[in-house]
Ligand binder design. Structure first.
Ligand code: ADP
Ligand code: MG
Length: 258
């Protein structure tokens, strides 16, 4: 199994939208896919139709109580896509974890013996606290959504510094599979310019696929559905399918599912 953390300490840049839709795209092409919701807001859980009442166990129980992943997981309405939902308990986990042993490697321990999925995405909260550190310590690689706005690159150096620290201390194999430009608006010259600047600065690290600003992507979660199911033909859905394809092309051969 390959584990991909979706992280950026900025809020509202498209982490959860990317997590939901890329996980759905991977499941649709036959990869047994797991999504771990590591944001106390639980937007990935809600967006995949897993209501609060269906969250009997959660990522909190896995991280803090040591519950096996398999017992915290629920199937979604998408064949081949399971989720470990998040509950508001998780907002206390940042504090509770501080005094715990192996506080940064609890997710990694939970994933170590996990079987039954080919790929796992971790939707991170908008901070570089212990939840995100757990995700980075557990992941093989990292995907960074970057919103096409003026301050897009601001904060990225802090994230990259954190990645370096995690590589040195907890997870030497952690890679960065790519940066995804999100909410691109081709009618807005500023976003064009931002996209160009980001490519100039980060080069091949940036995925060719750009996620457009698309109202269907923002409507879908209120129906408890990924955009890919809500409107599979919309520009946003098509972009996430292209992104999934590009992602697979960047994964190491031995990680690719049959
Ligand atoms: P994050 O998880 O980084 O906080 P979200 O994925 O929740 O970000 O996105 C923030 C808001 O922007 C949400 O309301 C979401 O529906 C909306 N959104 C995300 N990506 C797009 C997009 N490409 N086009 C339009 N709206 C988007
Ligand atoms: Mg989010």
């Amino acid at each position: 199994m390959i584990t991909i953390a979706i992280a950026n300490q900025k809020g509202g840049v498209g982490k959860t939208t990317t997590a939901i839709n890329i996980a759905t795209a991977m499941a649709a092409i036959g990869w047994r896919t797991l999504l771990i919701d590591l944001d106390p807001q639980g937007n990935a859980s809600t967006g995949l139709g897993v209501g609060v009442e269906a969250r009997k166990a959660s990522s909190y129980d896995v991280l803090v109580e040591g519950l096996p992943l398999a017992e915290a997981m629920v199937p979604t309405s998408i064949p081949g896509l399971d989720i470990v939902p998040a509950t508001v308990d998780l907002s206390g986990a940042e504090v509770e974890l501080v005094s715990m042993d192996e506080r940064t490697s609890r997710l990694s321990a939970a994933l170590a013996n996990h079987r039954g999925h080919d790929i796992c995405f971790v939707d991170c909260p908008p901070s570089l606290g212990l939840l995100t550190l757990n995700a980075l310590s557990a992941a093989n690689t990292l995907m960074v959504p970057l919103q096409c706005e003026f301050f897009a690159l601001e904060g990225l150096s802090q994230l990259l510094q954190t990645v370096e620290q995690v590589q040195q201390r907890f997870n030497p194999g952690l890679g960065i599979v790519g940066v995804t430009l999100t909410m691109f608006d081709r009618r807005n010259r500023l976003t064009d310019q931002v996209a160009e600047d980001v490519r100039e600065c980060l080069g091949k690290l940036v995925f060719e696929t750009v996620i457009p600003r698309n109202v269907r992507l923002s409507e879908a979660p209120s129906h408890g559905l990924p955009a890919l199911v809500y409107d599979h033909a919309c520009a946003g859905s098509r972009a996430y399918i292209a992104l999934a394809r590009e992602l697979i092309g960047r994964l190491p051969e031995e990680r690719k599912a049959a």
